[in-house]
Design a protein. Sequence first.
Length: 447
Amino acid sequence: MIVLAFISALPLAAQAPAENTNAQAATVEAVQIEAVGTITGQGTTGRIAKFTGTNSVGNSIIAESSSKIGIGIATPSSKLTVQGSATNPMILGNNTGSGAGVQGMSTGGFGVIGKSSRTGVQGICTGSVGNGVWGSAPSDTGVFGSTSTGRGVYGNATGSGGVGVFGQSSAGNGVEGSSPGGTAVYGNGILGVFGQGNSGGSGVYGNSSTGVGVWGDSGSSDGVFGRSTNGTGVHGMANGVGVFGEAGSYGVIARGSVGIYAAPTTGNTIAGLFGGNVQINGNLTKSSGSFKIDHPLDPANKYLYHSFVESPDMKNIYDGTVTLDEKGEAVVPMPDYFSALNQNFRYQLTAIGAPAPNLYVAQKMTDNHFKVAGGKPGMEVSWQVTGIRHDAYARDHRIAVEEDKGKERGLYLYPAGFNESKGKAVGPTGKLFADQSPNLENVASSQ
């Protein structure tokens, strides 16, 4: 029970000092104390009291425990803890000036943390030039999103010119997302995720230990679009998939002086791996080439490689066998497109089963066929014909057999083969792996 008494002090007439008392006492007025009202009520230890009526007090929703203040909770876990259930904001800061409505500061932790089964932190800007959520850090992360299975950062733009998530950095990462098992950065809109880096930074950077570093989904436009004036438009790094693109038409589209640049992290891994048919509308330039299959004699334990047959010309090869007639002759037909595709024919004839020193090409290629003669009746002849392409594309894109290095003079595609340092390599890929020899067996064993 709490009882508070309000008192009134009324002065009485001054009395003369008694004998043998200090004369100064004569200046003290007598006071009459009169109770004019009381306040009663009950409370709980640790609770801050409040007026529940004109003359009564009771518990408020504010409590103090261990030098911590709680609103809506009796045992607060932090210096100020607010707990309850409401449809409106639990904490509202309204500043009509130019300052911040709510500001959180920390020397070693997070300035503001938002935790919710739906939206942890939501920012709304009603103006046309402000920011809904804005984060700034001199050397670390301005805005950081983390999730175990959901979305670290989610941005949604409902207007036609809006951007779901926009990140801009002068030297670091415009947007960086990290997720142990979910989506590091997820964007949905006309531009799902748009990132721009200006001076060596990454427009969008995604890192995931087991999931997808950056995943973009758009119903009508770009799932992920990255642009950088000096750095990387989109950079993905993961133990699984660094950058993954999936679409009904094109999973990944890249444009630039180098449309797609891929380099392995070590010399004996693979820069690019395609699990299906590959189409190239242009010239394919390589240092070497081969096919790789399971070894026909030991498919469970070995691979088999064969090198490509190469030529300084854009050459096609045709071969087969033919049986000579009773005159020791035969006409060898070719496909109906043969002459339209090829020119400058070369012939090879080999008799099978017996010598044929007089075997020869009796008639060169005419109307897509040629004639063989000089053999014995019934003899089988193996033939081979080569032709150089002269179709429209080949005519306009002849391969230069020899080329001066120009600005790359003194540099090498494979400097280690000429006892040169990797500093003499051409381009970034060469500088990265110039001192490592290609080793197909090592590549095979790493798969």
